[in-house]
Every structure is written in C-alpha cells, then in structure tokens.
Design a protein around this ligand. Structure first.
Ligand code: SF4
Length: 90
C-alpha cells in the first residue's frame, strides 16, 4: 500500500472518529451504489477477497450492487470501511 493511500486512510479514520464524537453520523437509506469483488489485481493497490458465488461458478458475473440496476440476493450490507457482508452459503 502506498504512503499516499495510507495517509488518506489515516485522515479518513481521524475524520470518522471526530464525526462520531461530534454525533454527526447519519444513516441514510437508498444509496445508489456499485459494489463488486471482481477487480483485476493489477488495477488495484489493496487486497480484495473473492465473491464465493463467482468462485463456485468460476466467473466474474456476480456483483454485490450495480448502480441503477440490482442488488445481489445474498448482499447483507457494508461494514466500515469496505467490508461486504455476504450471505452466500453454498
Ligand atoms: S453479495 Fe456475496 S454472493 Fe453476492 S455478489 Fe457480493 S460477494 Fe458475491
């Protein structure tokens, strides 16, 4: 992970702590998101787990959320900062 990214994450964590202390966290419904676990390793600079459904079917077809289109039936949400909560059980 590059120094620039580390410093951005530190700043983001500090901002989050400050916001929580100031009680300014809001939980807003209806976000329109693109979320997936299908990045090519050479295109990203962080570790990324693989979708268990894609692994089982040996594909990159399944995405957690596709903006304006759909949400995966196994998608259970996001935990800070970038954790997909997935209910896929097979
Ligand atoms: S919610 Fe789970 S099964 Fe669905 S696309 Fe995301 S990681 Fe894959």
């Amino acid at each position: 992970m590059g120094a620039d990214i580390k410093s951005k994450i530190k700043m983001q964590n500090a901002k989050c702590k400050m916001t929580m202390q100031d009680s300014k966290i809001r939980k807003l419904k209806g976000a329109n998101m693109d979320i997936d676990l299908i990045s090519d390793k050479k295109d990203i600079h962080w570790e990324q787990d693989k979708c268990p459904w894609n692994m089982r079917e040996n594909t990159n077809e399944h995405k957690c959320a596709v903006k304006n289109i759909s949400i995966c039936k196994y998608f259970k949400g996001i935990e800070y900062p970038d954790i997909v909560v997935c209910g896929y059980k097979k």
